[in-house]
Structure formats: C-alpha cells, structure tokens
Ligand binder design. Sequence first.
Ligand code: AMP
Ligand code: ZN
Length: 664
Amino acid sequence: MTPKAQILELRKKLNAYNHAYYILDSSTISDFDFDMLLQQLQQLEQQYPEFDDPNSPTKRVGGGITKNFETVVHENRMYSLDNSYSKEDLLDWEKRIQKIIDGPVNYTCELKYDGASISLTYEQGKLIKAVTRGDGMQGDNVTENIKTIKTVPLELQGSFPEKFDIRGEIVLPFEGFEAMNKSRIANGEEPYANPRNTASGSLKLQDSTETAKRPLECLLYSLVGTELPVKSQFESLEKARTWGFKVPEIATLAHTIEEVMDFVTYWDSNRSKLPYETDGVVIKVNNLLQQEELGYTAKAPRWAMAYKFKAEQVSTKLLSIDYQVGRTGAITPVANLSPVALAGTIVKRASLHNADQIEKLDIRVGDTVYVEKGGEIIPKIVGVNISQRTDTIIPVLYATNCPECNSELIRSEGDAKHYCPNDEACPPQVIGRIEHFISRKAMDIDGLGGETAGLLVKEGLISDYTDLYKLTVDQLLPLERMAKKSAENLVNGVKASSQIPFERVLFAIGIRFVGETVAKKLAKHFKNIDAIAKASLETLEAVDEIGIKIAESVVLFFQNPVNIQKIDRLKSFGIQLEMSAESQEGLTDKLTGNTYVISGVFHQISRKELKELIEKNGGKVSSSISSKTSFLIAGDAMGPSKLAKAEKLGITMLNEADFLKELL
Ligand code: AMP
Ligand code: ZN
C-alpha cells in the first residue's frame, strides 16, 4: 500500500470508530487500539506532509493557536426565539400561525439545550467553518476549537448536499463539568460557575489543545441551505443523524398544542435525568414550506417558539439595596443578597426593576425573599416570605438623590423609572454614552473598549464622544497599561470610524429610543442629519413605524444646543452624517404607501429578495392579509383560504412577473 492510501485508510477507520463511540454510543475498539492507530496516522502525516488534511482526525487533539478570532458575517442570520410560558401562550401562537397558514400544521418538539450556539458549514462533506452566534448577524470563527469536539463530524457519511450549514448547541454535560471542577479544586483553582458559561468560554480559548481537553458535546438541531433534501424539520433531524451528527432522539412530532403540552409537561419533570442542561422546549412548525410562509419578525422566526421551563426558586435574605445609574440616567435598584445557590450558580445580587416593583411586592431590607432565575442573566426577586418578617423591618425609602453625582432624581409622569437629570456631568452617563458610541453595532471602534473609555473620562482626556477624535498618541502614553502599540491602535481605530455609515452614526449618538432599527428607518427616510434635526413632530410621526414617543425624543434631542454642538464637531471630523450615494442606490419611492403580502413559492427571485425589493422602493411587507393590504404577490402553491380572503377583500393579485415588470 502506498503511504497515501495508508493515510486515507487510517483516517477513514478512525472517523468510523469515532462515530461509533461518540454518536452511536457503541464502542467497537479498545481505547488502546484507537490510540495506536491515531499515533500511526500522526507519524505518517509527519513523514508525508504533502498529504496533510485540515480535517484529519489527528486535528482533534488541537494545537492551533488563535490570537484574534476572525469575525464572520452569517450568510443566514442566527435568530433568537420568542418565549412562551403557558398553554395559553402557545394557543395564541397557534392562532397567529393560522392567520397566515391554510390547512393543518404539525409541530416538532425538541429540547432547548442550554449551551453556546454554533453554526457549522460543510462543503463536499467536510467541515469548513464553525462560527459562534455572536449578535446573530456576525460571529467569531472558532473552527480550530470546534474540530477538537469529538461529536462534531469532520467528514460526513451517506449522501448529503454539496454545501449546507447546520446549527446546534455546544454543551458541557454535567458529568464532565463536575470532573473538571473536581480537578480544579484539587489544584487550588476556583471552580467554574456553571456548564453553560464554561461551554461558551471554551469556544474562545486561544489554545485549541485546551479546548480539546474539555468534555464538550455538540447537539444539532437545524439545517440551513438552499438545496436541502428534506421537506420538514423532523426529517432534517433524521437526515442529519444519518450523516453522522449527534441529534438527540428525544425530538417528537406533535399534531396539536395538547400534544406539545404533553411533551413539555413530561420533560419539565424529567429533565433532571438528562445528562446536560436544558432550559425549555423548542417547538417548530414542521413543514418547511409553511416555515417559509411564516417568515421572521425583527428578532425571531414566527414558526418557532421556546417554552421556558418554570424557573427554579430559592429563598434568601435581602441585605441591602444599591442604586445603579445607567447610560440614559435611568436608576435601577439592585438587591444585595445573602449568597445562595440557584440553578448551578451562586447568586449574590438580583434586580429589583424600579420603585413601583418594590412597593408592589412590599420588599423590605431584612426580608427573606424568593429569588428566581428566568432567561436573564441577573436573577430577580419575585416575592417576600412575610412569615419571616419582624417588627424592625421597615419599608424601603427609595433613593432621592443620584448615588454618583448627588443630583436630585426626577420621575416623569407615566415613567416607571427614576432618572438622574445631570446627563452632562454624571459619570456613568457620560461614560455610558461613550461606551455606546464606540460599541460594535455603533461606531465599532477598534482598539478601544469600555474600560479604557472610562479611564479616559476619569483622567480628563475626554468628556464626550466627540473628544475621541482629538486624542493623540502622546496624550495616551502616560495612561496605565497603555503601550505605544495600543495607543496607536486606538487613535487609528477612531480615525477609521469616519467610514461608518450614517445609519450607524445615528444610532451611535445615543438619542433615547432610537435603536438600530429606528436609526435605519430615519436615515433612509431623511437621508441626512440636518433634515432629521429640522423635522417637526408631525413629519417624524409620519414615518413608518415611528411613534410619538420616538418622535418626541428626537425633537428633544435636537432642541438641546449641547447636542447640536456635538453634531457640528462630528461633522468637522468627517463623520458620515448623510447617506452615501452607494447606500441610496436602488432606493425609490415607487411603492410608497403600498402594503404587500407575499405568499407561495417563487422562481425568478427569492422571497427574501422580493421583500428587500419592496422595502427598498418604499413599500411595506406584511405577513397576513387584511383590509390594509394593497397587493398580494402570489407564487405557486399558495393556500386556498388566503386566496379566498384576498378575493373577498377585493385585493389585487400579482404574480412575480407582473410585479417585477411593474417595478422596473
Ligand atoms: P434565545 O437565546 O433564548 O433567544 O434562544 C435561542 C437559542 O436557543 C438559539 O440561539 C439556540 O442556541 C438555542 N437552542 C437550544 N436548543 C435549540 C433547539 N432545539 N432549536 C433551536 N434553538 C435551540
Ligand atoms: Zn447622577
């Protein structure tokens, strides 16, 4: 046998043994023999480096060092899931589905694995790329680390599509987690807090040999691609299993919400028997065409729903209350608790939301309180054990002054929160605004993090974000832990931010209630900052999806001379304060005022492109037919009841060719 053939055969064997052991749970070879084969392969690969393969089983031991994880834009966004907590929530969801879908809907029920999400890309059956979810739009390339996880197949079996993505969750099963902690404690190290954070931390280790040592697993749950050989979610799970992925067999098909609830109820009380953490159930519309029909909201698919298991609750003593000041000046009361174990972590602090909440639950310092961990990272206090209350425990006197700058707090009518009005000089507000300005989704300034921003303010080098543009390397060098290289990076990063497009600048300058989406809408509509600054309440409110609250906040912002000065300074530094010609390309008002519903399957253009085209030309896309619908763009296989509804309401129907012709 030639060395090449030998190498190929060893790889094939090792992949097969690996699959049998980690996926099928049936060991077909002793550990010793496995190691011998692996060593043999390692030796051959060293001897004949010309036959190297990035997906060889020898790569599972790690060895690659990643200093900075490359950012990768997801070809298909990784959405979040909407949450539900009761059967009623699910029935409401079903009603929303039935408004859009004709005919029967089935659901797959899966567990919601609690770990770190991952998207794996395979081409020609080989793992090409593994990317974390990140913010859903873009994540980090962690391929080197993912290859060390034994349940991730490096090469697939059977007949699979040429190219596809598969998504799943990297989890750290309890057994391995406990073993890791045992050895840490034995070495005098601090134990890890919980499996979920440890799993997600493991993906970002610089040395993949370290990741290889961690007993991580990858559980897969969804296929993404244009040519998938499946018609339903349930089928995709089955198919993925045959290609060599670890797909838990627990998934079931339900025909009604009752059946979904049976699954939820069963696993709510039996999940403690599972080898890994779960925090709920994920219910998905089974039919992929129906999924496509349902589409997505800004945050989550309409065809999927998480059902959160009831949170674990413990009781502990409330020791004191701190008041924290946020970027917008909003005050959040935070409870300091007597430390208590809850859902795998030690809890010392909990959110109290606002004064009303404290009053409503009659929470007092010294009380024994019930603490719960929901989806949020910070647990919350949900009630008081009154039987433990003594006479000396008195109601909370809510803070009257800002803990940071001592200004008197204000609370406007209808607002649940107190605010510190000193927005120009209250340190957390000043720093918070700068942190927001430099953050990834805003100006994304390389080489400058929140901590450094805080330091710059404290040292008096900057007092608002416009000062960043005047910083020099010489000014920065005297700062603690600021090497020449980092100072240069910071200054260059600031300079580079002049390329950031207008819509993100608009988000960055921190107008209350103007988030990413609203900033995009405003930018697109008004084209430049001066037009927005001049806009009246009425003009603003007339913009699609801009309500009175946002409109008022925008007007207020531009009424403040301090803000106008800031904008002028940004202008003088060459920051993009108008839409570039490039981003305006293809934008027209041709469809303004029209609302479209898209239904069925299309051939010349994808549904996504169709939607983008409508929006680029000023139209609106809605998911269900109503009297507000102007046109129904009908593809093949459109549901009959939708058709009937459109006819009843007298809505004009277009096919894709009609629509495109009209537009072009
Ligand atoms: P959330 O982060 O609460 O919005 O929930 C969305 C996340 O749930 C996804 O990013 C996945 O990482 C995770 N997840 C866990 N199990 C599943 C599953 N079976 N199907 C879909 N998502 C899941
Ligand atoms: Zn203050």
